[in-house]
Design a protein around this ligand. Structure first.
Ligand SMILES: Nc1ncnc2c1ncn2[C@@H]1O[C@H](COP(=O)(O)OP(=O)(O)OP(=O)(O)O)[C@@H](O)[C@H]1O
Length: 313
């Protein structure tokens, strides 16, 4: 079992009378990726701001590698790399010069600084753009340069606040490649997003946050088990099904829900193993199936399930 790296204990913070973060707790182990997910305004940025020591917590405690993180400089804070939502780059300075500036802030210099800048540029796949200015980069390339900057001091924990916002799909994949390479190196990550599929892809633990409170803190598999349907069967019939037929489908073993839209049926299943018997039953009713497909249900619906609201407007 991996050792604990970060412990966030009952942290809260208000802006005026608005409680942005209200008693949030979770843990990150060495080498673990924790996805922090919630809708806009849920309190994700405020939470990671407090972990990085950029924002003061009104109450609660944050312990990193055995040391309390507070405001001001501390050894604990040097173990964190932070990639903020708002990019902090000098647009007119070549990429490598941007990194040298950030590296100097961490006390790196000379050959060690140059070598480390080259290493992190290679890691984010920008080695061939070292001499180019961020002003000429796409949104995703800028984001990767920001990730490189946050890695210069070899932090144990990298925190990324919604790193795919404003990034095209191709660059998004390049960001994921970089993060997967960091995971393979054993680096711990906290990744905030309001896209469940991103968090599901990267995280081995998911913390769902809403109105400043933690609603769930589980592995993706455990979270999945909380969904009423584990798989879905989509069926398109040649003719509209009768009410009696729908009732018949609903009564089949393993069927958790049936939705009809014209000639299409969306059948929720407790397990994908129920798909074949359901199809056989439909066939036995003499119904012509024009098309069918099965899919594992996505975790996207879990937020709706927990709150009755959708993750995005
Ligand atoms: N500097 C601030 N002053 C006043 N209120 C703030 C400030 N920063 C955040 N808030 C409020 O605190 C709440 C939590 O905001 P926060 O930015 O932490 O949420 P978030 O989950 O990161 O959302 P987003 O995805 O939009 O960044 C929101 O209601 C927000 O309006």
């Amino acid at each position: 079992m991996a050792a604990e790296l970060l412990s966030v204990e009952q942290i809260s913070r208000s802006y005026g009378t608005r409680k942005a973060v209200d008693g949030v707790s979770f843990r990150v182990k060495q080498g673990q990726t924790v996805g922090l997910i919630g809708p806009n305004g849920a309190g994700k940025s405020t939470t990671v701001g407090m972990i990085c020591g950029l924002l003061r917590a009104d109450s609660g405690r944050i312990v990193l590698d055995g040391e309390t993180v507070g405001q001001g400089a501390s050894a604990a804070k040097r173990k964190i790399g932070f990639v903020p939502q708002d990019l902090a780059l000098y647009e007119e300075l070549p990429a490598i010069e941007n990194l040298k500036l950030f590296g100097a802030l961490y006390g790196l210099k000379g050959a060690a600084l140059r070598q480390r800048c080259e290493q992190v540029l290679a890691l984010v796949n920008l080695a061939d753009r070292a001499a180019d200015k961020p002003a000429t980069f796409s949104g995703g390339m800028k984001r990767r340069l920001n990730i490189a900057a946050a890695l210069l001091h070899e932090p144990q924990l990298l925190i990324l606040d919604e790193p795919t916002v404003g990034v095209d799909p191709q660059s998004r994949n390049a960001i994921f490649d970089t993060l997967e390479a960091l995971q393979a190196q054993g680096r711990a990550l906290i990744y905030t997003s309001h896209y469940m599929e991103e968090v599901e892809r990267l995280a081995d633990h998911i913390v769902i946050i809403d109105h400043g409170k933690v609603l769930a803190d589980e592995t993706p598999a455990a979270l999945h088990q909380r969904l009423p349907a584990q798989a879905a069967l989509e069926v398109e019939l040649a003719t509209e099904p009768s009410a009696a037929l729908l009732a018949g489908v609903r009564a089949l073993p393993g069927v958790t829900a049936v939705e009809r839209s014209g000639v299409a049926l969306n059948i929720g299943l407790a397990d994908s193993a129920h798909a074949a018997p359901v199809l056989a039953w439909l066939d036995a009713q003499g119904l012509a199936l024009r098309h069918f497909a099965t899919a594992r249900t996505s975790l996207e619906n879990i937020f709706l399930n927990l709150t009755g609201r959708s993750l995005r407007d």
